[in-house]
Write a new protein. Structure first.
Length: 602
């Protein structure tokens, strides 16, 4: 059954059409005034300026929030630079929307007086960019308000470079919750007893110290630094004192001379009137003299204390060593080979001391600097020892840094040493670094192994470096060894962190432009209201609707639109009419090109 033509169906359709029309009318009642308000007043421009200022304020807030702080981690891989640039770009774009609209509005004000027609094009170019603004300033005597708008448009080109200069980044060390640890020594206990020396047998110091001494003798170039525990690879420690083992050596070759020579035996007299005797024996054979035995090096670990004090400035060292090297020993006739050359001569001392350390770790590399080294004016006294048993008379010692020391440290300034430890170190060093190394041409009655220590002292050209290696290695063991005097210093750990810094001077231009744009908008709105001119702004429709009147008579119009539609004054009305009109650019022989009205749609 067909229900389309029934009264009920027709009534329903009419009702539906009525509701649609009423709905559209209701929407138009709300929408049309709003659009008219947007078109005919300054709401878009006010919103644009407001948005521009909001974005600029966001930039300032962000910069204040992160100035001198770590670089933030932003989502989606956005960098801090990109965030600031984005906010600046949005602020500038919103600002220029309002500025361009104001400049276009000033165009209608400009033509409220008699002006050249080409100025219309100049104003149109101004609203489109900096080049047009520059042309307007140079080609017209524009009023100050138009010049302000052009100035804002041109100077806005510098916003991006200035924004890029506002922030810069540095990589700085930042403290972490973890601490660094570095070892130090308040004392060193060799674990010996003075009673051990009574029988003449001495086995101390402990094997760890012995190994350290040998390491210094044989591989003195091995790094001897005490490395801190530093998880981050960047750490610092406060200045601290530690018991250490120090050395001092003087090359006294120039002060050494032959005292007496007779039949292969020569006494060498060094500084402080300390004598060392060198003997050599020869035989004659095959027409040539041969050296059958003779020292290539002599080391004496019992140099008297007064010599060490007077020559090295060290009182009561643990060990005082004198060393002669004969690197140029050759056969030299019946008179021997020692009478015509001066040996290399060294005087050295090893002693306990207090070192002040400054330890830093940068990018995993430890830098340990000895800021000062102090030893007692009285040293660590030993008795006048001639026999091993006499070491049992050694007294305890106390090293105390003077209160007036220029270096201030945080730890205890008293460093005790047992007499047994002093005696053990002295006995072992005097025994170890004493002896003689024969020349390679020496003839011996039976196979004899060379002493390793003497060989090391013979082959080196820098005795001072060897003895310094012994001291550094012993110090490393004292600070790190499992003895009762080892301790620790807590330091601070750092990690490298990028930080944001703000150059506030560079934000002056963007902020100034934002403020000038507010002034420009308010001034333009005020002028439009005072002169009672229509608010046409950037629209091109007024030129089409209102056209150019006949200069001879205002009664005759050359504009078909104004004739047909009575030239509406509001942009919204022009927009509505323009939406229903079709035009075409045509050429007439008598008039040339014209934008002609073709038809009007309904």
């Amino acid at each position: 059954m067909d229900t389309k033509g029934t009264p009920n169906a027709m009534l329903a359709k009419e009702a539906e059409q009525f509701l649609i029309q009423e709905g559209q009318t209701g929407i138009k009642k709300i929408y049309s005034p709003l659009l008219s308000y947007l078109y005919n007043w300054w709401l878009w421009e006010i919103i644009s300026i407001f948005v521009s200022i909001i974005y600029m304020a966001c930039i300032v807030v962000v910069l204040l929030s992160y100035h001198n702080r770590p670089i933030p981690s932003l989502p989606a891989g956005l960098t801090f630079n990109a965030l600031i640039s984005l906010l600046a770009t949005l602020s500038k774009a919103a600002m220029l929307v309002a500025v361009a609209s104001c400049i276009s509005q000033l165009k209608w004000h400009w033509f409220s007086s008699t002006r050249r027609m080409r100025d219309f094009e100049l104003f149109d170019q101004v609203s489109r960019g900096p080049w047009g603004s520059l042309c307007l300033i140079t080609r017209t005597r524009s009023p100050w308000l138009v010049g302000l708008g052009a100035f804002i448009t041109i100077i806005a080109l510098g916003v991006e470079p200035f924004i890029q200069q506002i922030i810069f980044f540095t990589v700085e060390p930042m403290t972490t919750p973890t601490t660094s640890i570095i070892s130090r020594a308040q004392t060193y206990d060799a674990g010996a007893s003075l009673s051990d020396f009574g029988g003449g047998l001495q086995t101390n110091p402990d094997f760890g110290m012995k190994a350290a001494i040998y390491r210094g003798l044989f591989v003195p170039t091995t790094p001897m630094e005490v490395l801190p525990t530093c998880e981050t690879g960047n750490c610092t420690s406060p200045l601290f004192d530690s018991l250490a083992f120090c050395s001092k050596c003087n090359n006294v070759t120039d002060q050494t001379k032959m005292k007496h020579y007779s039949h292969g035996r020569g006494d060498r007299l060094g500084p402080g009137d300390y004598n060392i005797t060198a003997s050599g024996y020869f035989f004659v054979g095959g027409g040539e003299d041969s050296l059958t035995s003779g020292p290539a090096m002599i080391a004496k670990g019992d140099m008297p204390e007064p010599v060490a004090r007077s020559q090295l400035g060290i009182a009561n060292p643990i060990s005082s060593i004198a060393i002669l090297q004969f690197p140029e020993v050759q056969k030299a006739g019946y008179s021997g080979s020692y009478d015509n050359q001066t040996p290399r001569a060294w005087q050295c001392a090893l002693y306990f001391c207090l070192n002040t350390y400054n330890v830093t770790v940068i990018n995993g590399i430890t830098n340990s600097t000895i800021l000062s080294s102090w030893h007692s004016d009285t040293g660590t006294p030993l008795p006048d020892i001639e026999e091993l048993e006499d070491y049992g008379q050694t007294a305890d010692a106390m090293l105390t840094r003077p209160e007036d020391s220029p270096v201030k440290v945080i730890n205890n300034s008293n460093f005790p040493l047992k007499g047994s430890t002093i005696a053990a170190m002295a006995a072992y060093l005097n025994h170890t670094i004493s002896g003689m190394q024969l020349t390679r041409t020496s003839e011996v009655a039976y196979d004899t192994w060379t002493n390793d220590v003497m060989q090391a002292l013979t082959e080196t050209t820098d005795i001072g470096a060897i003895i310094a290696g012994v001291a550094a290695s012993a110090t490393k063991y004292i600070r790190e060894g499992e003895n009762r005097g080892a301790g620790f210093v807590n330091g601070t750990s750092f990690k490298s962190e990028g930080r944001v810094h703000v150059r506030w001077a560079w934000i002056i231009l963007p902020v100034l432009l934002a403020l000038l744009s507010v002034v420009f908008l308010v001034a333009t709105m005020t002028r439009a209201a005072r002169k009672h001119l229509p608010v046409w702004k950037t629209s091109t429709l007024p030129a089409l609707f209102h056209g150019i009147e006949n200069p001879g008579s205002f009664d005759r119009s050359y504009n078909a639109l104004s004739t047909k539609h009575n030239a509406p004054g509001k942009i919204r009305d022009m927009d509505r009419i323009a939406d229903s009109i079709e035009v075409k650019l045509i050429y007439k022989d008598t008039e040339g090109w014209k934008l002609a009205l073709v038809k009007e749609t309904t």
